[in-house]
Design a protein around this ligand. Structure first.
Ligand code: MSP
Length: 644
């Protein structure tokens, strides 16, 4: 039995059940699962938490568009998420839904604790809100007038609200990052967060009153608790804090919160400040991972459809199996960095590493033991340099894997294992058992080769267990090791096998015809990537009267030049019938001034004028997004005419 090494609490973000998850979402959960399995195998008492973040404006709007209640909407999506994790055999210990009563009542208690400590006050919020990210921003934080995290438009929000005294914790947070560099990794994220705090932390708006789908503020039921405050507490409400704190006492503080890079800010600034205010211990570590990208942007289903890639994990698992997908995600990408996802990259990894390297090693070895040793793993009685080298590589691998896992370097941990896989394949070529088999005097040497290969594969079956447990089991079955579990300590020792009966099974990873697979995936794409009629994610509904307030006019751009003080801005003179006026747009990255002259455009003509870097802009031009490009919306109508 593995020794008890203490507790290990690991979490994933809780996912928004706004739509089914794609391969980018599974990336984080697959890493957390591999780490949880690894720690269990090493003898830790692991608690692995995941779940869903079900409140907020975005969900309310989506449910409305679908004509169902928010609860019915999330119930359906969460069902799909749970099924996905079941299919992927994710070994979580608990799944928390923020709509569960156990969470709701505890969030309110935590809110009250912070309130009673004097860190929550009532005020008025005026600023900008990004609904998809459920984030508040100030004008100066925007990038090209859009949300700095997701690049989508933000909306003005003005409402009475409750605030959390986040600013009060700025110094303690800086001290935390300085004194405890391990708290937030990788370092690049820590530097980003440090400079974010140094720019000045505003108090955080922590309630909303313009929609209902949330947990009521206990002291004022007109308000719902800001969805991030609600969501972050899941890491302790799921442990029963504060009313049934048995698990909390056992597992908190968490060993690691694994999160995507865009939500590091919430986990390393807001969450610790909330915990400080509530007088609770901080998590030991927040780790920010990179994104899987499609064509330079975060994976999404619509981008996948355009790029011609399949990103639906259910489809990928169905075709290639859970272990192949998990192996690819863990081996291909470097923790903390972004990486490109394409079906081709994925298929190549699966073919080269799994079918060629590992699959071949196992099937060749089992066939040879059947052929040369009647299927029985023999003893080793001879030893030369090749044997020595294989033994050393095999028994040295586990500690190297441990060292890489300590750094969350999943790709390097797998690389250490594959050094052994490739060494064992090379050993077959070096020892040429088929030649040894021809000479009866070499029988002892041949037996040694078969024994050493069986041992190397036994060790590999233990090392891959956290990453590919089904493959590990299948290999152990074929090697005649079905009668005992993979134990981590057995990966450090050689010569454990003697007399096991091997048995050839199906190829553990069949070879893929990459060209053919790509063609088939391309055929699958339309149904899987763009199902039925999915409502667009829209801003909240407006009335006809709201729309009627906007005066749209046709204009001709008569002059265009770069803004003297801002690289991103172009300054236009736009003629609208009798009037010519100055309009400034943040589009200099997309157009040259010359190409804009003469364009017949649509102008939001009654927009309140504003100053942009010292120059007045009176109105706005309409542009449409075309992937990463912008297109100007044009017309043939005469300038000055109304549009509507
Ligand atoms: N609900 C919040 C998290 C609250 S945690 C208290 C949220 N949800 S999310 O569904 O939008 O994202 C969940 C996680 O999925 C994030 O960590 C995000 O980085 C990750 N990913 C979403 N798309 C991804 C990729 N394309 N690549 C890698 N991870 C990605 O944020």
């Amino acid at each position: 039995m593995a020794k008890d090494k203490g507790t290990y609490y690991i979490t994933t973000p809780i996912y928004y059940p706004s739509a089914n998850l794609h391969v980018g979402h599974t990336y984080c959960t697959v890493m957390a699962d591999a780490m949880a399995r690894f720690k269990r195998l090493c003898g830790y008492d692991v608690h692995f938490l995941t779940g869903t973040d079900e409140h907020g404006q975005k969900i309310e709007t989506l449910a409305e568009a679908k004509g169902v209640t928010p609860q019915a909407y999330v119930d359906e999506v969460v069902d799909g998420i749970k099924k996905l994790w079941k299919t992927m055999e994710i070994s979580y210990d608990d799944f928390i839904r923020t709509t569960e009563p156990r969470h709701v009542k505890r969030v309110q208690k935590i809110f009250m604790k912070i309130y009673e400590n004097g860190d929550i006050y009532k005020g008025e919020y005026e600023g900008l809100y990004c609904t998809p990210c459920e984030s508040f921003w100030t004008e100066s934080q925007l990038v090209n007038g859009c949300c700095p995290d997701c690049g989508r438009p933000v909306q003005a929000a003005k409402e009475e609200a409750y605030f959390f005294r986040l600013s009060k914790y700025a110094d303690r947070l800086l001290e935390l990052f300085e004194k405890n560099p391990e708290f937030l990794q990788p370092e690049s994220r820590r530097n980003e967060m440090t400079s974010f705090i140094k720019q000045g932390l505003d108090d955080l708006c922590i309630s909303r009153s313009t929609f209902d789908w949330g947990i009521p503020v206990p002291v004022d039921e007109k308000h719902v608790i800001y969805v991030w405050l609600d969501a972050l507490t899941n890491y302790i409400t799921a442990l029963g804090y504060p009313d049934e704190p048995e698990l909390y006492n056992k597992y908190w503080p968490a060993d690691v919160h694994l999160v995507g890079k865009e939500i590091v800010r919430f986990h390393s600034i807001i969450w610790p400040a909330m915990l400080m205010s509530a007088g609770l211990p901080l998590p030991k570590q927040v780790l920010g991972h990179g994104w899987l990208l499609l064509g330079g942007e975060k994976v999404s289903k619509s981008k996948a459809a355009k790029a011609g890639d399949v990103v639906d994990p259910v489809v990928l698992i169905d075709r290639y199996g859970i272990d192949a997908l998990k192996y690819f995600l863990l081996r291909e990408y470097t923790f903390g960095q972004d990486g490109v996802f394409t079906n081709e990259v994925m298929l190549k990894r699966m073919n080269y590493d799994l079918a060629n390297d590992l699959g071949n090693l196992v099937s060749r070895t089992v066939s040879m033991i059947e052929k040369y040793c009647q299927g029985i793993v023999p003893e080793a009685t001879t030893r030369d340099n090749f044997d020595e080298e294989l033994r050393e590589t095999a028994t040295g691998a586990a500690s190297k894997v441990e060292a890489q896992m300590d750094k969350f370097a999943f790709n390097m941990a797998l690389e250490e294992i594959w050094i052994l896989v490739r060494r064992a394949n090379k050993y077959i070529d070096e020892k040429m058992p088929w030649t040894l088999a021809k000479d009866p005097e070499k029988k002892a040497e041949l037996d040694t080769v078969m024994h050493n290969l069986a041992e190397a594969i036994r060790i590999i079956s233990i090392l891959i267990e956290p990453f590919m447990h089904t493959t590990s089991k299948e290999i152990r079955k074929q090697m005649g090791l079905w009668y005992c579990d993979a134990l981590w300590e057995d990966a450090f020792v050689f010569d454990k096998m003697n007399g096991e009966q091997v048995k050839k099974g199906p190829a553990i990873f069949p070879r893929l015809d990459i060209e053919k697979e790509l063609e088939e995936l391309a055929k699958l794409r339309p149904e899987t990537a763009e199902p039925a009629n999915i409502p667009l994610e829209l801003k909240p509904e407006i009335t006809f009267d709201d729309f009627d307030k906007i005066d749209l006019r046709v204009g001709t751009i008569v002059e265009a030049e770069k803004h003297p003080k801002a690289d991103k801005l172009l300054v236009f003179s736009v003629k609208m019938g009798t009037e010519t006026r100055q309009i400034i747009s943040g589009v200099a990255q997309h157009f040259t001034p010359e190409e804009m002259i003469g364009k017949k455009v649509i102008v939001v003509a009654n927009l309140k004028p504003r100053q942009l870097r010292g120059m007045e802009s009176k109105g706005m031009l309409l542009f449409a997004e075309n992937g990463e490009r912008l297109e100007i919306v044009t017309t043939d109508a005469a300038d000055g005419e109304s549009v509507g």
